[in-house]
Design a protein around this ligand. Structure first.
Ligand code: SF4
Ligand SMILES: [Zn+2]
Length: 186
C-alpha cells in the first residue's frame, strides 16, 4: 500500500467517524422537550439549538444550548438552567417519550380496544380531555400536555374520526339501536 492510498483510507475513516458523530447527535438532540422551569416550577416546552449541537458534536459530545423556549422572549435572559434536566435524561423529557409512556397499556375510552404501539406518522391516537373534548396531540401546546394528560383518557384513531364526524354532523348520524338476534334451536 502506498503512502497516498493509506492517507486516503485514513481521511475516509475520519470523515465516516465525523458523519457518525454528527448523525448520532442529530438523532439524540432533535425534538421538542418538556422541562420544569427552575424559575416558576411549571412545565415548559423547549427545543435545543441543533446547529450548535451538531457543530460541537465532532468532539464526541455535543454541547447543549436552547433555540426555543415557550417562556421566551419574556425570559430570554434566564440562563437556561433547565439544561441540567435535559443533560440528566435527554430522552425522558422528549414529548414523544412522554406521550409514549402515557399511552402505554391504555385502551380506547370508546371501543375499549388497546391502543397498542404508537404510530407517529398516521392513524395517531387522540385523547379525550376532562371536559369531553377530543384532541389530537398537535392541537395542544406541548407545555400544556402534562396537565391535559393527567385528566384525559386515550382514544383510538378510528373512534377519534368517528366521534369527530358524529359531533360535527349530528344531524346526519342515525344511532341504530342494537338488534338482539334470536337464535333458533333445533
Ligand atoms: S430556558 Fe429559561 S425560562 Fe425557559 S424553561 Fe429553561 S430556565 Fe425556564
Ligand atoms: Zn376506539
Amino acid at each position: 500500500m502506498t503512502m497516498a492510498s493509506f492517507g486516503v483510507i485514513v481521511a475516509a475513516a475520519a470523515v465516516a467517524s465525523l458523519v457518525f458523530l454528527v448523525a448520532r447527535a442529530w438523532l439524540e438532540m432533535r425534538g421538542t422537550r418538556l422541562v420544569t422551569c427552575p424559575d416558576n416550577r411549571q412545565p415548559v416546552a423547549v427545543e435545543l439549538d441543533m446547529r450548535y449541537a451538531l457543530a460541537t458534536a465532532a468532539g464526541g459530545r455535543p454541547e447543549l444550548r436552547l433555540r426555543e423556549c415557550t417562556r421566551w422572549p419574556e425570559r430570554k435572559g434566564c440562563g437556561q438552567m433547565c439544561l441540567s434536566e435535559i443533560e440528566a435524561a435527554p430522552h425522558d423529557c422528549l414529548v414523544r417519550e412522554v406521550l409514549g409512556r402515557w399511552y402505554d397499556g391504555k385502551s380506547c375510552a370508546f371501543c375499549g380496544r388497546g391502543i397498542g404501539a404508537l404510530s407517529w406518522h398516521d392513524h395517531k391516537p387522540a385523547l379525550k380531555a376532562a371536559d369531553d373534548r377530543i384532541w389530537e396531540w398537535g392541537e395542544l401546546p406541548p407545555e400544556q400536555l402534562p396537565a391535559v394528560l393527567a385528566g384525559s383518557r386515550a382514544v383510538c384513531w378510528n373512534c377519534m374520526v368517528a366521534e369527530g364526524f358524529r359531533r360535527e354532523h349530528a344531524d346526519l348520524v342515525i344511532e341504530r339501536p342494537r338488534v338482539r338476534r334470536l337464535h333458533r334451536h333445533a
